[in-house]
Design a protein around this ligand. Sequence first.
Ligand SMILES: [Zn+2]
Length: 128
Amino acid sequence: MTKAELEKFKTFLEGRQAELGGALRNREDIAIEKTPDALDEVQLAGERELAIRNLDRESNLLRQVRGALARIAEGSYGTCMHCDEEISLKRLNAVPQTAFCIKCQEAADRHEFEVEETPLDSLLQNAA
Ligand SMILES: [Zn+2]
């Protein structure tokens, strides 16, 4: 990977990080909203559930983006964290935050090895 390509990914990922960080803060605001109306309570509970699911997905993505930025900083970006093979540029262009080559990603999706996960507890505590 050239320096220019690396810079391009870095700029993109930093943008994603800012975007996702902002989105997560907004979700927390939605999640703690209160209403005295019973019907609204039901609706709000549904929205809260949806918000938590989105929060889950977005915080996962944010974690991957942060991981990718950390790997850029330490110089291991573009190398699969599982098998140490180079991740193809085509794949990085499609999924810049990825930590795995396509083969390992498929294996991870089939739960053939553990992908490190940070607990969501702190985020959900704020949302509950
Ligand atoms: Zn791999």
